[in-house]
Design a protein around this ligand. Sequence first.
Ligand code: ATP
Ligand code: MG
Length: 551
Amino acid sequence: MSAENTPKNFIRQIIDADLAAGKHQRIVTRFPPEPNGYLHIGHAKSIVLNFGIAEDYAGRCNLRFDDTNPAKEEAHFVEAIQEDVRWLGYQWSELHFASEYFEQLYGFAVELIEKGLAYVCDLSPEEVRAYRGTLTEPGRESPWRNRSVEENLDLFRRMREGEFPDGSRTLRARIDMASPNMNLRDPALYRIRHGLIHHQTGDAWCIYPMYDFTHPISDAIEGVTHSLCTLEFEDHRPLYDWVLDNISIGCHPQQIEFARLNLEYTVMSKRKLTQLVDEGHVSGWDDPRMPTIAGLRRRGYTPEAIRDFCNRIGVTRADSTVEMGMLESAIRSDLDARAPRRMAVLQPLKLVIVNWPEDHEEILRGPNHPKNEDMGTRELVMTREGWIDRDDFREEANKKYKRLVLGGEVRLRNGYVVRADEVVRDEQDEIVEVRCTYDPETLGRNPEGRKVRGVIHWVPVPHAVHAQVRLYDRLFRVPQPGRDGNFLADLNPDSLCVIDGAVLEPSLGEAAVGERFQFEREGYFCRDTEDAPDGRPVFNQIVSLRDSWGG
Ligand code: ATP
Ligand code: MG
């Protein structure tokens, strides 16, 4: 995470120039989530950007909850968001809630009223909309726009005291109803909301400040130098600046917009993610198929891979949609370097070595990583009966088939070479057993004058760890879910495949929750937080070994 491997983006160039011009002593950024859902990979882009800048410039980055809409916010989201930011590897300089500033915000609203720059408006929400005009037509001024300062102060105080019902009045900025920028047509600064219990302020307030009023002031109070947000706020920047230009606050952060992250085959809006959870389309916010940080963590993603992904996609002002393959390739390269290798058989077929003595067990060792000796070895045990994968055996096959064929030889990984001699079938004519002979001269060396087709993985029957393995596919069937209407119609019905009868090598019996492995020839897997109902451990597929989407 040092400056050397973080690409210079346009925001860092602005900061460099500001520092060179002596504008700031110290860079201050913030990450400002609304606690109305869990963080997702899009938020990670903003987190890596904001915290990464603070780190690289020896500055500060605050975590600030933008909690001005108590109807949708909950305390448990506040907890989950902190956990996710920490897990991603960041520590905030200060933790704040915009609600801490409610009293100060009220004071600044009074200042605007006193300057004739804000007024209490009695129009209903529908009337406000009708008066606003359109992109091609100017708006009309509210009949309440020219109230006296005294009357406005009195009414605003009484709004706070709870005298008026929801929707009956708003406090509005007095800017310009003819502005081509709709955000400047006397935007609301405060609205009345009775009967809500705010997770931080309880029932202390019945008026709540709007985002566009709260955000610039919160930034300024915290001494933020660069307020980074996504492009949809570009049109709000004039209002951000207007608020700060018209109140007595000695700080004016610079708002800079960047393109939000869009990812194929998933959705990122919190409204849609909430719907997936609430309607049970997924098992929760941390379902391993979710694009949430909690989901990716449970799936087995590492914070390093997520940060690497965010740095690889870069920060620009051009909207784009990133291929899921980019995220997968980030975790794949991280795990390729770090994940210990293990053997797991997902579709077991029994192999019996007829020339192996009945109760004989031989301890073997396998390297934890083929390219990293420092990772050491683990114990394997070979027995007369082993499990191999159904896909690794055929009665007949041509030379291209590098696995076990009747009459042919393969090496059992880290063990001996075996030859398949005959098959045993059940009443349904299905092969249930392959009978083999092994060559005792082949541990760690090849037989002379015979060709071994390949190497396959295996698990000793008496010591197998029985597990449930969950394979995942994209949560949606199409790159842009909901493009043709209801996004739920685009859900992939086969996004979860549960394999109940998987068998794993003995060492995996000790795998800790969250521990990640490469199951050789199968993919990368992670022990789930919960066991199966029958007590067997569950392993989630993190990502396949190779990009099977050809992307
Ligand atoms: P939604 O619109 O789905 O509710 P949001 O953008 O309102 O999401 P916030 O909690 O307000 O969510 O976002 C906190 C910060 O994260 C904001 O600065 C926002 O710009 C940034 N952010 C949210 N989504 C993305 C994204 N997809 N890519 C980059 N930054 C994002
Ligand atoms: Mg928001």
